[in-house]
Design a protein around this ligand. Structure first.
Ligand SMILES: O=c1ccn([C@@H]2O[C@H](COP(=O)(O)O)[C@@H](O)[C@H]2O)c(=O)[nH]1
Length: 234
């Protein structure tokens, strides 16, 4: 895999024009763009078509979380849109994950499961579920369920990627937000690593948004992140 394909730039914008400006600025460096709820809703889905019109790949990050019938229908939409990758929450359970996995069988699209959001800590899990389990333990449990359900990989923080890859092998992908170069603010991200550390820790893809998109010079910021990726895979 070309090192540039390991970077996914998160386009969290509230209008299509701003997103287009960034996409145009980054298109010589970046191969995969992430469209999440904010941009998908504000652009009425058109951001996906724009990225595709430039022959770039889309990670549709809408994190479907519903009963089997509804999650299945939403996943069909993602497949029909021909996105490179889309996601559902692992906490939909194995029945739904199996149905979605069946949909993508023999197709090029990757269906992945969100485990524990990178903005959450052990104490957040404790206050939500009265559990003493760590984020790492819950990620491992949900990764196991996603793997056994036949999905193509998971979203986790870079901190958990290594143990997941060691257990499930190269075909089960780790997609990791919570990536912060040393020069960037952490914002609301809690479980973070630098791009270099994340790639070394077996993230197949790193997702980086604000350090690039909110930078005074997004292209230079993307190049700095790509340099770290390159250094890590040499
Ligand atoms: O656990 C998760 C799942 C998804 N995300 C998304 O990734 C990007 C990260 O953006 P930054 O600006 O680099 O923080 C964002 O779109 C999230 O919705 C995540 O951060 N953590």
């Amino acid at each position: 895999m070309n090192y540039k394909e390991k970077l996914i730039v998160a386009l969290d914008y509230d209008n299509l024009e701003s997103a287009k400006k960034t996409i145009d600025e980054l298109k010589d460096e970046v191969e995969i763009f992430k469209v999440g709820l904010e941009l998908f809703l504000n652009s009425y889905g058109k951001a996906v078509d724009y990225i595709h019109s430039l022959e770039k790949k889309v990670f549709l990050d809408l994190k479907f979380h519903d009963i089997p019938n509804t999650t299945f229908a939403a996943s069909k939409f993602a497949i029909e849109k021909d996105v490179f990758m889309f996601n559902i929450h692992a906490s939909v359970g194995s029945e739904t994950m199996k149905k979605v996995a069946e949909l993508t069988k023999n197709k090029s699209q990757l269906a992945i499961a969100v485990t524990v959001l990178t903005s959450l800590t052990d104490s957040n899990l404790n206050e939500m579920f009265s559990t003493t389990k760590t984020t790492k333990e819950i990620v491992s449990q949900l990764a196991d369920l996603a793997y056994k359900s036949g999905l193509n990989g998971i979203v986790c923080s870079p901190l958990e990627a290594k143990s997941v890859k060691e257990k499930y092998g190269k075909n089960f992908k780790t997609i990791c937000p919570g990536v912060r170069p040393k020069w960037a603010a952490k914002n609301d991200q809690k479980r973070v690593m630098t791009p270099y550390e994340a790639i070394k820790n077996n993230c197949d893809y790193i997702v980086v948004g604000r350090p690039i998109t909110k930078s005074d010079n997004p292209k230079e910021a993307a190049k700095l992140v790509l340099d770290e990726i390159k250094q890590a895979i040499i």
